[in-house]
Design a protein around this ligand. Structure first.
Ligand SMILES: NC(=O)c1ccc[n+]([C@@H]2O[C@H](COP(=O)([O-])OP(=O)(O)OC[C@H]3O[C@@H](n4cnc5c(N)ncnc54)[C@H](OP(=O)(O)O)[C@@H]3O)[C@@H](O)[C@H]2O)c1
Length: 319
């Protein structure tokens, strides 16, 4: 399954991405300020996107609510011809036939394109009905790959069997995973993905910025306020990441990114500055030894801190 990038004359294997650029905090200055403590101007975000393209990190992960509804429009303005777009449908509690199609049409107009490369069912709500709509759009060529997000193992199996019947591969599972949140690995989802040739994309590998260097002072934000007590408890882990990271010439957040990549898990990282993209690229090209991986896990288990939790959106799933 290969996607040919005409403009850059580059062959990109959509099946084996090294890392994904998360655009959750693109677009809205208010969102950036509130959640991240600072806003980033459009020129900086555009430069981050250019840096990603230079590094062949061509997949950008989006959803309609990202940047308070502004991220998709922003990337559409920047131009999406030479990148790979990952987008999502977020089902509400009430299934409305045709709503998914309408939502994709809005996405396409915001991206200024006739298709999305990867389309995720964002929550395991009305799985059969929503996947039936996604399959129809896939068959029309408006969606090139299908994934599911925030699904547990039984739900992943159900999605795969629906897609199998339509002779469409399940592209990936996009769930929350990080060094301190490995539940999807412990309960078999990651292994199931591996066995079935399904990619596992990890969102929030930096745990809302809590797996970054505590010595680097950043502006206050809602997230930092909520998690500041827990951040203190993470100090032994930060110290371990710093110590081993130095050996490889990488920073604490890069260790968190490298950890995922060394597991064969694809990290989606919230990058809105060029240096973050450069660091992500270096991180996912860093080889950690099995002993180093074991060491991180041992310290992570010992500090036993939860920031987001594996199944954080379960409350939004229709029962
Ligand atoms: N499928 C889903 O349900 C779902 C849910 C949530 C997120 N996602 C996807 O996952 C992506 C990542 O999640 P996220 O953006 O919430 O959080 P994240 O990537 O875990 O963390 C972003 C934070 O890390 C900081 N950061 C990034 N690179 C850094 C570096 N090299 N050094 C130091 N700090 C660095 C950012 O700093 P600044 O504040 O300075 O920029 C920001 O505060 C999203 O953008 C989205 O695409 C998917």
């Amino acid at each position: 399954m290969r996607s040919y990038n005409n403009r850059r004359k580059t062959i990109i294997d959509i099946r084996s991405p090294k890392a994904i650029i998360g655009a959750n905090s693109w677009g809205s200055a208010a969102y950036g300020k509130l959640l991240r403590g600072s806003s980033v101007d459009e020129a900086t975000i555009r430069k981050a996107m250019d840096t990603a393209k230079e590094k062949d990190l061509l997949i950008f992960d989006l959803a309609q609510d990202y940047g308070l509804g502004k991220a998709q429009k922003m990337i559409g303005r920047f131009g999406t011809d030479d990148i790979i777009i990952s987008a999502k449908f977020t089902p509400g509690k009430k299934y409305v036939p045709g709503q998914l199609r309408k939502s994709l049409e809005r996405d396409l107009s915001e991206f200024r394109r006739d298709h999305v490369d990867i389309y995720w069912l964002h929550l395991p709500t009305d799985i059969e009905k929503n996947l039936a709509e996604i399959i129809a759009l896939y068959n029309e060529g408006k969606i090139h790959h299908i994934g599911v997000s925030n699904f547990d193992l039984a739900e992943c199996k159900k999605a795969k069997s629906i897609l199998d019947k339509a002779k469409i591969p399940l592209y990936g599972v996009q769930n929350h995973y990080s060094l301190i949140c490995r539940e999807w690995e412990q309960n078999g989802v990651v292994a199931w993905c591996r066995e079935n040739g399904v990619l596992f994309w990890a969102w929030a590998v930096l745990e809302e910025g809590m797996l970054t260097d505590p010595r680097v002072k950043t502006k206050g934000s809602i997230m930092k306020l909520i998690f500041s007590g827990k951040r203190k408890k993470l100090r032994p882990l930060h110290a371990a990441m710093n110590r081993v990271g130095k050996r490889h010439n990488i920073t604490i957040p890069q260790v968190a990114e490298a950890y995922c990549a060394n597991k064969g898990i694809v990290p989606i990282c919230g990058c809105r500055k060029p240096y973050q993209v450069e660091q992500l690229y270096e991180a996912v090209n860093t080889k950690l030894s099995p002993r180093e991986m074991w060491f991180f896990e041992t310290v992570a288990d010992k500090v036993n801190v939860r920031i987001l939790g594996a199944d954080v959106f379960r409350f939004a799933v229709k029962k």
